[in-house]
Design a protein around this ligand. Structure first.
Ligand code: ZN
Length: 244
């Protein structure tokens, strides 16, 4: 092989290696694309802080800090959820400012009866919505990732009512995240106490500005959510912002 041929051979090897490496990274990136549907998504703390500067209503409030006596049972922070996987790194519940303020008033109202709220989930980073649909691709019970969830907008909450003294949950038609017809508001429980409990939740939520989701007794959307964008900010990043 003369010097010219050797140079051509080396160039070919370099070209093939470059192509292989770039194909490998393209494949890796497409697997982990955080926004495969090209949604308007807030993904960095800088973008999130800019949105708060533009409108303070965008602020995500830590419900545990904001609402005395609130109970959390954040199922996606453990393995006791339909994915059987720990999705969140921390058991945190955040909602946008106005929704959090409404929930504070709601808790004060329930307290008069010796009752309070227990939260299963509130703000949910968009990455979790993508994963949920992979595990359970049924858009009745899991948000369509090409639209995003109202949880991703910090305007939805999954919750129940508890006795404040004992901490026990009021009896409801199903456990949280039971994806069945019995979870629907169309289902009429035989037990009148269960029906009354579900109605108590519905009535108090509607009085404080939340709307029910027909297929899940535990899921409520805050009515005034206009302009609230989809977010993919992690709980760690929200915690870091609180420390700054
Ligand atoms: Zn929900």
């Amino acid at each position: 092989m003369n010097a010219k041929n050797l140079k051509i051979a080396v160039q070919r090897v370099v070209l093939i290696a470059t192509l292989a490496v770039s194909l490998f990274f393209t494949a890796c990136n497409s697997e982990k694309d955080p926004n495969p549907y090209g949604l308007d998504l807030i993904t960095t703390t800088e973008e999130y802080l800019t949105s708060i500067e533009a409108d303070s209503a965008n602020f995500l409030i830590d419900l545990e800090d904001h609402i005395p006596g609130i109970l959390l049972d954040i199922r996606y922070a453990g393995t006791d959820n339909f994915t059987e996987t720990k999705i969140y790194s921390a058991p945190k519940a955040y909602l946008r400012k106005e929704a959090a303020d409404s929930l504070l008033k709601l808790q004060e109202e329930l307290k008069k009866e010796g009752l309070g709220i227990k939260v299963f989930d509130a703000y949910r980073p968009y990455s979790a919505t993508l994963y949920f649909y992979e595990v359970y691709p049924d858009t009745t019970f899991v948000a369509a990732p090409w639209k995003g969830s109202i949880h991703n907008r910090g305007c939805a909450i999954d919750l129940t009512i508890v006795n404040l003294v004992t901490g026990e949950e009021l009896a409801m038609p199903t456990p949280f995240d039971e994806f069945s017809e019995r979870a629907s508001y169309d289902y009429i429980p035989e037990d009148s106490l269960i029906l009354a409990n579900r109605n108590k939740l519905l009535n108090v939520m509607e009085r404080f500005g939340f709307e029910k989701y027909d297929y899940e007794w535990w899921h409520y959307n805050f009515s005034n959510r206009k302009g609230m964008e989809l977010l993919n900010i992690s709980f760690e990043d929200l915690e870091k912002l609180k420390e700054e």
